[in-house]
Design a protein around this ligand. Structure first.
Ligand SMILES: *Cc1c(COP(=O)(O)O)cnc(C)c1O
Length: 408
């Protein structure tokens, strides 16, 4: 008899965003004449830039001729792209990362979800709350969670992010082996200071722990005092893996390209104290389970590291950041508390009148036809909060803020 992976039964029922879409389509069916403004899902709206399109087109030409056609490529990514990433994201910023420490992939969702495979099942995991659900669910599927009791898994250590700690988690009170961090954060929009990251690097060193650092939103950091990479912290190369993605940086959410940085000095251990190079383990995993990112897409990605390409994506990021500022300023005028919205495309607001996250969701949808994301969908600590995203069109953002100011 073919048996199910029982861990799947421990996953909470509905994925947050399918629940939200269902509620929106029900509302729209009942109210076909109302215009809904969506500031909910974390997807971009601006198309790929001209330089990327040009590169994609020329790559298609290459694929059409016998002499330049490409079949299977290196599982780790083509070296032209890995070199460009090393130079532009790291070396030019005085961070010593080489091309063979970079693994090109199809998404940071895939890589952050898959990475836990390299670790023993009995490691202790620290996960922020609220959080991008992928870190939690991938470890549940793998059987590390224990039971689901009152909205939490018994084996995970939750790093609570709330107003008291300014949405930057405190160090865990018990020893942990694996720590997920994401800055600028989804959903809170909070960024980490240098001191904040130093605290985690020091902790990881002391405890022989590993940090999985999700930097999917690094492109939104404009303030030069805020680290874009965890490797700006001394010693981080010994304790941290970093995930980057072109999804939010360059509109690649549907095109798919990301990269994961695994410095060669990163070690993990077995019970007998033997050391293993994490870079080699991931390489072993990828060469077995992954046949590389499409050549076309890697060529398209290369365009964003050129001078013109950089200019193009910077102007789009600036557009989204201006949206974020409009939302944040609008909320602040109305006396609604929020975090994020600066160096980040997300605004995390405290629901007015002590409404629950879902009550506020329904109020916005029913009364002013604005859609956001209920904070409780990201974890227990998200209850009473609400996420707005800055990825919309300017006129919609302005209209949404106007509608919110008319809210009773
Ligand atoms: C959007 C997002 C990503 C990017 O995922 P891709 O699979 O690269 O599209 C990664 N982490 C977080 C927290 C995100 O919000």
């Amino acid at each position: 008899m073919i048996k199910v992976n029982k861990n799947y039964n421990k996953l909470p029922g509905n994925y947050l965003f399918s629940e939200i879409s269902k509620k929106i389509s029900e509302y729209q069916k009942q109210n076909p004449d109302k215009k809904i403004i969506r500031l909910g899902i974390g997807d971009v709206t601006k198309p790929l830039t001209p330089k990327v399109i040009e590169a994609l087109q020329s790559a298609i030409q290459e694929m059409s001729a016998k002499e330049t056609f490409k079949g299977y490529g290196p599982e780790q990514g083509y070296s032209f792209l890995r070199e460009m990433i090393a130079e532009n994201d790291f070396t030019s910023r005085n961070i010593n990362i080489s091309a063979d420490e970079i693994f090109v992939s199809t998404g940071a969702k895939e890589d952050t979800a898959n990475f836990q495979e390299l670790f023993d099942n009995d490691i202790k995991i620290a996960i922020p709350d609220p959080v991008y659900p992928v870190y939690v669910d991938s470890n549940v599927m793998a059987g590390r969670s224990g039971e689901y009791v009152n909205g939490r898994y018994t084996n995970f250590v939750y790093l609570e992010c709330n107003k008291e700690n300014d949405f930057r988690p405190d160090l865990p009170k018990e020893p942990v082996d694996l720590i997920y961090l994401c800055f600028p954060n989804n959903p809170t929009g909070q960024t980490a200071t240098k001191e904040e990251l130093e605290k985690w690097v020091l902790y990881a060193k002391k405890n022989k722990a590993l940090i999985l650092f999700d930097a999917a939103y690094e492109a939104f950091i404009k303030d030069s005092s805020i680290p874009k990479s965890i490797y700006e912290i001394e010693g981080a190369k010994e304790v941290a893996v970093e995930f980057r993605s072109l999804s939010k940086t360059a509109g690649f959410t549907g095109t798919r390209l990301s990269y994961t940085i695994i410095p060669k000095e990163l070690m993990i251990w077995d019970d007998a104290g033997n050391q293993y190079e994490l870079n080699k383990l991931w390489n072993r995993r990828q060469t077995t389970k992954f046949n590389g990112t499409a050549y076309l897409i890697q060529k398209g990605a290369g365009a964003i590291f050129t001078k013109e390409g950089k200019k193009e994506i910077t102007s789009i990021i600036d557009y989204y950041l201006e949206n974020a500022k409009i939302i944040k300023d609008g909320l602040s005028t109305l006396g609604i508390e929020s975090t994020g919205g600066i160096n980040s495309p997300y605004i995390w607001l405290k629901t007015p009148g002590n409404l629950t996250s879902w009550e506020f969701f329904h109020k916005l949808l029913n009364e002013i036809q604005v859609v956001g994301t209920p904070g409780s969908g990201f974890g227990k600590c998200g209850e009473g909060y609400f996420r707005l995203s800055a990825f919309g069109e300017r006129e919609n953002v302005i209209e949404a803020v106007k509608r919110i100011s008319n809210l009773k």
